[in-house]
Design a protein around this ligand. Structure first.
Ligand SMILES: Cc1cc2nc3c(=O)[nH]c(=O)nc-3n(C[C@H](O)[C@H](O)[C@H](O)COP(=O)(O)OP(=O)(O)OC[C@H]3O[C@@H](n4cnc5c(N)ncnc54)[C@H](O)[C@@H]3O)c2cc1C
Length: 390
């Protein structure tokens, strides 16, 4: 077992850190206050090669290993979870799915534009009535002479208002349940696609979040990603990678909490001494350090398995569950270290808490991840209640 990063991985992490501190950090507070999706920043992130880092070079990516991708995401997450959302959605959910399931033509049409940031994508799985229960989707794809007509509603879709292409999951045959699901590449300029911004979020305020409506949106046959019945597999393979990315971003939040808290504890004086002198303040910091390091190790383990091509759904769930809960706990503790100053946005810690909170909800709630981990440990599936008839 080798816990050392290679020289190249260290360099990738250091240059990502530099980029995030120089280019993202100065924009974060204003974007957060304004609730503004920063398209220019998304392009800059694309120019750095951070929107398709693990995608093969021949399709515009950087052919990076998953561990290196996780190191980039950690650095972006340390500075801004809204920007990290762009990286995670675009790279893991959208590009990753097209690269794995797409035809040569689909890869050539979409991947270079997505990896460079010229185009943005979104991943439209969740519906108003189907969140954790993603196999029961109602969005319907009906066969036409020339392709498919898609009708339905999608909820909580990151980048749904700014995307050029949406991966839309739809049911082709309700009787077949999850075996009838398919995934379609829907250009958002298509007639029948419309979206609305969701306002009033606790955090991730500069991340775009949409409610999408599909009203007989027409796509040709070759817009299908994979085949009829592959929809559930496309979604689950995408989420395996998306969850890894969310977890890596949360390691960044934990790290940011440690840095901010250590700096503040050394500078702020009470009772005539820096507050870092007090054992109870050190305890808060020590717990953050332990959680950050444990989360990082779990993310690296999942990344290493991905790089070796070994099945890693459970290890990814463990990393996602632990790192997201750790980020919430670290951010809460970091506010405590900062006292009243932690409650306003002069320091990043209140934003860390607001932004971390959603990570235990999306890409599988913490409960869903515990059920995946528990199912693996016991061999018993407790996800679907026996009375539900599914
Ligand atoms: C800001 C934001 C961005 C998002 N971005 C995207 C996106 O880009 N694409 C996309 O498709 N979706 C996206 N989502 C949706 C997200 O993935 C869902 O919110 C999530 O899957 C949970 O679904 P739900 O909200 O319907 O909650 P529900 O599934 O209704 O869950 C409600 C509660 O019930 C619990 N629960 C549900 N089932 C079980 C069970 N079997 N056992 C125990 N407890 C259970 C849950 O853990 C939770 O506590 C986003 C959400 C948010 C808030």
């Amino acid at each position: 077992m080798d816990f050392q990063l290679t020289d190249e991985q260290r360099l990738i992490s250091e240059s990502a850190r530099e980029f995030c501190d120089k280019e993202i950090a100065p924009r974060v507070r204003d974007n957060d206050r304004a609730g503004r999706f920063d398209r220019e920043l998304a392009s800059m992130i694309g120019e750095m090669g951070y929107l398709g880092a693990p995608v093969a070079e021949e399709y515009g990516g950087r052919s990076l290993d998953y561990l290196s991708y996780g190191l980039i995401v950690e650095q972006v997450g340390r500075v801004d979870s809204s920007a990290r959302t762009v990286v995670s959605v675009q790279t893991s959910l959208v590009c990753g799915s097209i690269e794995r399931w797409g035809t040569e033509e689909q890869k050539r049409v979409w991947l270079p534009r997505l990896c460079s940031g010229e185009a943005l994508g979104c991943f439209a799985l969740t519906e108003p009535d189907f969140g954790s229960d993603s196999a029961g989707l109602r969005t319907r794809a009906k066969k036409t002479d020339s392709g498919w007509s898609i009708t339905g509603n999608k909820m909580w879709i990151s980048m749904g208002n700014v995307a050029d292409v949406a991966l839309v999951f739809a049911q082709t045959d309700p009787e077949k349940k999850h075996k009838g699901l398919a995934c379609f590449l829907v250009p958002t300029a298509n007639e029948g696609y419309s979206s609305q911004e969701i306002h009033g979020k606790l955090g991730l305020r500069s991340s775009d979040t949409a409610e999408i409506s599909l009203d007989e949106a027409e796509v040709p046959d070759d817009a299908m990603l994979g085949e009829i019945g592959d929809g559930f597999k496309v979604a689950m393979s995408a989420l395996d990678n998306g969850r890894y990315s969310v977890a890596a971003g949360c390691v960044g939040i934990c790290d940011g909490c440690v840095d901010a808290s250590v700096a503040y504890a050394k500078e702020r004086k009470q009772f005539g001494v820096p507050i870092g002198t007090f054992q109870l303040v050190q305890e808060l910091i020590a717990e953050m350090v332990v959680k950050r390091d444990a989360a990082r190790m779990l993310v690296w383990r999942a990344g290493e398995l991905k790089d070796r091509g070994v099945r890693n759904t459970v290890e990814t769930s463990i990393a996602k569950y632990y790192a997201t809960e750790a980020a919430v706990e670290c951010a809460n503790a970091a506010i405590q270290v900062h006292g009243g100053s932690g409650y306003v946005d002069d320091y990043p810690v209140e934003r860390y808490l607001r932004d971390a909170r959603v990570t235990t909800l999306y890409e599988g709630t913490s409960q869903i991840h515990k059920l995946i981990i528990g199912r693996d440990a016991t061999g018993i599936n407790a996800m679907v209640p026996p009375t539900s008839g599914q």
